[in-house]
Design a protein around this ligand. Structure first.
Ligand code: 48F
Length: 252
């Protein structure tokens, strides 16, 4: 075994994947629950989709459950998504289920990758490509470049749709706000779990031509209440965005 064979295997496989994913049907930004579920359903529906995640690990806000107690709650309306992924849960009454956050994060990640979604971690989306009033791609750079503030130009990836699944800050939509292309991003309101869950799904939509928002990003864009460690809305939001985008891709 030669050391250089190990290097060659990694470099060839990685850069082949990058080459295969420079032109996408859908580029999802953020590998939290809503982004991974969106990716899963998009891939199952036949779309070419990749997720770009700035951190080393995928899963976003799932791992820590609440206050580091690694359990989360999902409500009845999202139970079928847990069943689709094969995540275990236990009923606790009143249409609520409790589950292990480690199992949720790892199973969503595994099933999403197995469904055909390529996840690029350690890649930060630093801007959007906008042409003729429509989002048509993302601008990417290495997370370490962004962290060290080095003056290094990015690359771009072309996509028919981009999904802002970046969570509480709606990081991707912020790029449109600062250019005056979105009117406002009110940010999330104070805690009201039931309402927040409902509105997150309701506000999952195309927020600008070519750009969808899911999960807490959809929440922030609409000023809906935060909801804490209940995750059904995140799962339902990801699936809703995926199905709508598949409908639009099919209609092209
Ligand atoms: O925050 P996150 O888990 O988003 P979500 O799908 O789910 C929210 C819940 O986890 C929880 C909650 C439930 O009630 O409130 O917070 O809305 O995952 C967002 C992911 O996006 C990544 C970030 O590291 C995280 O993994 N991310 C954020 N900005 C960028 C990014 C960026 N510019 N480029 C790439 N990834």
């Amino acid at each position: 075994m030669r050391d250089v064979e190990i290097s060659r295997a990694i470099v060839e496989a990685y850069f082949n994947d990058i080459l295969q994913n420079l032109q996408l049907d859908v580029a999802i930004v953020g590998a939290g629950p809503s982004g991974m579920v969106a990716g899963y359903y998009l891939a199952k529906g036949g779309a070419k989709v990749a997720i770009f995640e700035k951190k080393l690990s995928v899963g976003g806000g799932i791992w820590g459950g609440a206050m580091g107690f690694n359990r989360v709650v999902v409500q009845e309306s999202a139970r079928e998504i847990l069943d689709e992924f094969g995540v275990d849960y236990k009923p606790v009454g009143n249409g609520l289920y409790v589950l292990d956050s480690i199992e949720l994060a790892s199973t969503l990640a595994s099933k999403t990758v197995k469904a055909g979604v390529k996840i690029f971690n350690m890649v930060e989306v630093e801007d959007l490509v906008v042409k003729d009033g429509r989002v048509s791609g993302i601008v990417v750079n290495w997370t370490p470049v962004k962290m060290t503030n080095l003056h290094v130009d990015p690359l771009t990836v072309e996509a028919k749709f981009v999904v802002d699944s970046t969570g509480h800050g709606a990081q991707i939509s912020q790029h449109l706000l600062k250019r005056g292309l979105l009117k406002s991003i009110p940010g999330e309101g104070p805690m009201w779990a039931e309402k927040g869950e409902e509105l997150t799904v309701e506000h999952t939509k195309e927020v600008f031509p070519g750009l969808y928002a899911t999960g807490m990003a959809a929440n922030a864009l609409s000023g809906a209440p935060r909801m804490g460690p209940i995750f059904g809305g995140m799962l339902l939001s990801g699936r809703k965005a995926a199905l709508e985008i598949l409908g639009k891709l099919g209609g092209e």
